[in-house]
Design a protein around this ligand. Sequence first.
Ligand code: FAD
Length: 472
Amino acid sequence: MIIGGGMSGLAAALRLIERRRECGLDLDVRLLEAKDTVGGSIETQTRDGFLLEGGPDAFITAKPWAIALCRRLGIADSVIQTNEKHRRAFIVRKGKLHPIPEGFVLLAPTRIWPFALTRLFSWPGKLRMAMDLVLPRGPRDSDQSLGDFVRRRLGRQALERVAQPLVSGIYASDPNTLSLRATMPRFLELEARHRSLILGMRAGQKAAGENASSDSGARYSIFVTMRRGMASLVDAVAGRLPDGTVRTGCPVVRLSPHIGGSRWSVEVEGVDRIDADGVVLAAPAYALADMLGRGAPDVAAQMQDINYASTLTVNLAFNRQDIAHRLDAFGLVVPAVEQMAMIGATFANVKFPGRAPEGKALIRAFVGGALNPWAFDMDDREVVRRVLSELRDLIRVRGEPQFWTIHRWPRAMAQFPVGHLDRVRRIDELLGAYPPAATAGNAFAGGGVPDCVHRGESAADNVLQRVMSGRA
Ligand SMILES: Cc1cc2nc3c(=O)[nH]c(=O)nc-3n(C[C@H](O)[C@H](O)[C@H](O)COP(=O)(O)OP(=O)(O)OC[C@H]3O[C@@H](n4cnc5c(N)ncnc54)[C@H](O)[C@@H]3O)c2cc1C
């Protein structure tokens, strides 16, 4: 039984169906989803020739699991890359747009001249960042916040003006609480190995360049999406599940182990109980905590403490001529110190082909998050008024949008505070004392679509293994 029909739960269901077929197993796989549709925070709409993404609009290929899933589904030719032109982003500083200096990789610069010439940082700020070249390594093995890490290695300007807005655009989080180990362990490894982040990243780029030149296979850009929108990935997975596997409109209200037994009792609102040999827990942690409150109170207590941020996206459709800016980038991010409602905005028709008709522009604003919770609480008209006013200043929007749509995502983005991985480990250990169960879902996976696919698949394998060894 899989609880929750977002990307995590769907990936788990598909994995079980694949295993059933490959190994000829006697398995009855069901997925219970509270809402009337599957996909969770993935939602694509079309309107007047625009393709509107309500939730994720892309996924990274450096984590290979989503692209591998597309290949298994036979839809790899529907995966499209970002446009070749204008592969860069702006950062807002004092109400103006500045390109992120070429060679800047999330937290640190790797190329000297673009970094030296940028007006994003003051000279003392640049010198402080260059100190990364000589600073000693920090503490090993301990988790630390991304904010502490960047301040220590590169200084306050690097954090406030680049790292914070870029990281907020991904995790909608406060970098001062965000666990580096849970989100970007690569930077910890770089420090451990090379001491300096700048030197470590330059060495990595050199090695990648050498590998790339000897690699003859098809290569994807870092971010890709689905030609007909992210929902087509959801549809492709759901379409592979045999009839009767997915039950929508089935909110699970209670999940308890049979006393002294090896099975779970799953109680669905308004429906009889269903017994399950094993469960994949792919709903948000707070929903799981409610379900498990009586049956597994120790697990529920740990899950209850996992926080989520609320965000919303606003898609604004324009006539291209109503925006004076050249839109020569994929979008912009806004540092918290700028005190705007937007965390960032994507110039969707510049980033990917087929997002807007000829002569039109599609701007997708990302609003709210842990640092701007007040922005989520505004009503729809107020949100659009604020976003439009911010866009008027930044990209010189002159007219009214042709239309706009809002997607609200209350408590959809799990937060990963320092120590989060220990909590997840503890939950996994505690679950070992119950009938077969494993956690999936973005709170346990690491945030993005590829992580959710990976964790969903591993949770399915884990539960299946325990169920089968119980039968043997
Ligand atoms: C606005 C936004 C933009 C994003 N952008 C990106 C991006 O560009 N790239 C990227 O890789 N990732 C992005 N993400 C993150 C990514 O979308 C999510 O991490 C991923 O889709 C989460 O999938 P999930 O299945 O873990 O959770 P969800 O999608 O939240 O699914 C959980 C499901 O559980 C169901 N459920 C809840 N309670 C119950 C219950 N009691 N019984 C049964 N079912 C229940 C819910 O209805 C839901 O369908 C974004 C997220 C948001 C919100």
